[in-house]
Design a protein around this ligand. Structure first.
Ligand code: HEM
Length: 179
């Protein structure tokens, strides 16, 4: 997985907890790195281990940690990829174009990446269904990203996201409702 995601994960731990918590996590997971570089690639398994360690020390479930991390990621991700964003977009449009504008740009910019395949269906003006597909099984990060996008557009109160199928699966359906 792309180094940016790991660099933001480190930032997430440092800002939610502190630097010594990050050092403790490196210790308990046995990951021997001084840091993560934005332009490198790292094994997804390291992310899974770090999420597991955060879960153990915080008492949150791995799903809750993934989700919280996904929400935390959004401002930084949108900063990096803002040239693919249209200024008049809201949460609804952003989600509708997450695959064709954002993940496809991620793949094109760096062919080593493999963001999940998102198939977003417009059911009505108040309902989108996102079909997530990734061998990494991280749909809970996606739930957090959707919530983070809603917060970014000041629509957190109006947007509800619910997994309709098992969030640990390779293929997961997310229902996104707009009040
Ligand atoms: C809106 C702008 C978005 C940007 C700029 C973005 C960007 C990225 C990037 C750079 C990665 C790392 C890919 C890799 O290293 O292979 C990633 C992974 C991921 N993205 Fe997005 N993404 C966006 C929207 C979304 C949305 C709406 C979802 C909702 C389902 C989502 C779900 C995920 C998940 C769950 C991963 C973790 C890897 C995996 O599950 O395979 N993303 N994204």
């Amino acid at each position: 997985m792309h180094g940016s995601i790991f660099a933001f994960l480190k930032r997430f731990v440092e800002s939610t907890y502190d630097y010594s918590t990050w050092m403790k996590i490196m210790d308990t997971t046995g990951i021997r790195r001084t840091g993560y570089q934005m332009q490198e690639m790292y094994p997804t398994q390291e992310l899974v281990k770090i999420v597991g360690a955060i879960s153990a020390l915080s008492g949150k479930t791995p799903h809750q940690v993934q989700e919280q991390f996904g929400t935390f990621l959004v401002p930084d991700l949108l900063m990096i990829y803002k040239k693919y964003l249209k200024p008049d977009w809201s949460t609804y449009d952003m989600l509708l174009h997450a695959e064709d504008h954002m993940h496809s740009a991620v793949r094109k910019n760096d062919t080593r990446t493999s963001p999940p395949r998102l198939s977003v269906s417009k059911v009505s003006a108040k309902l989108l269904v996102i079909d997530y597909y990734s061998e990494r099984r991280m749909a809970s990060v996606g739930i957090g990203i959707v919530k983070g996008i809603a917060a970014y557009f000041n629509e957190a109160e109006e947007v509800t996201v619910t997994p309709m199928t098992n969030p640990d699966a390779v293929r997961v359906q997310l229902r996104v409702e707009f009040a």
